[in-house]
Design a protein around this ligand. Structure first.
Ligand code: COA
Length: 171
């Protein structure tokens, strides 16, 4: 398996969307436009605006996972308008970077997520970014993955009846 940044390869957009929607909790959309908006919010706009911070895991050239990164979450609040992200903004000086990650459903638990995360975090350290965070839902299975990588639970917030957790790691 190798890790490449989006700027280094000819990206297979169909496979990227497959990985994204296979892992999405939301499966049906009111319209094609709504579906596209949803993809763009969590993935597409990162790829378009920050392709140097968008990492792909490839096995024999086939995409099996991606990580969409952003090194400055305060700036991202204005740029990207992601629901819930303003709730934790007081922590973005300590943990400026954030990310979204998904692995192909047939390639989970094989070390691919960890490799993507370590590649991203090594680059953040090289850029002297002092910390990274993720926001997930309380009880989400993926919090164990971030804990295994050294992320701590920092705080909780409520959004439309669901509880969100900020997990952060100093770099
Ligand atoms: C979460 C996800 C990115 C993790 O990637 P992965 O390739 O499956 O995970 P890895 O195999 O690299 O696991 C790395 C470490 O985390 C641990 N781990 C992974 N998932 C875990 C979980 N759900 N609970 C506890 N530990 C977990 C592994 O045991 C491993 O530990 P080790 O380093 O001590 O061996 C991937 O499973 C995925 O895409 N899941 C569905 C979508 C999702 O939840 N995305 C994140 C949205 S916030």
């Amino acid at each position: 398996m190798e890790i490449k940044r989006a700027v280094e390869i000819q990206l297979d957009r169909e496979q990227l969307e497959k990985i994204f929607f296979d892992n999405s909790l939301i499966k049906s959309f009111k319209s094609v436009d709504e579906r596209e908006k949803f993809f763009n919010r969590w993935c597409g706009q990162y790829l378009q605006n920050y392709p140097t911070q968008f990492y792909l895991a490839l096995i024999d050239g086939k995409m099996v996972g991606y990580l969409a990164g952003h090194t400055n979450s305060t700036k991202a609040l204005d740029e990207f308008k992601i629901p819930g992200y303003d709730l934790f903004k007081e922590y973005y000086d300590q943990f400026p970077a954030h990310l979204h990650i998904n692995c192909d459903i047939h390639h989970q638990g094989m070390g691919i997520g960890k490799k993507l995360m370590n590649t991203y975090m090594d680059e953040l350290k090289d850029k002297d970014v002092p910390g990274v965070h993720i926001i997930t839902s309380i009880g989400a299975n993926n919090s164990g993955f971030y804990a295994a990588l050294g992320f701590d639970i920092i705080d909780f917030r409520e959004l439309k009846g669901s509880k969100l957790i900020l997990m952060g790691k100093k770099l």
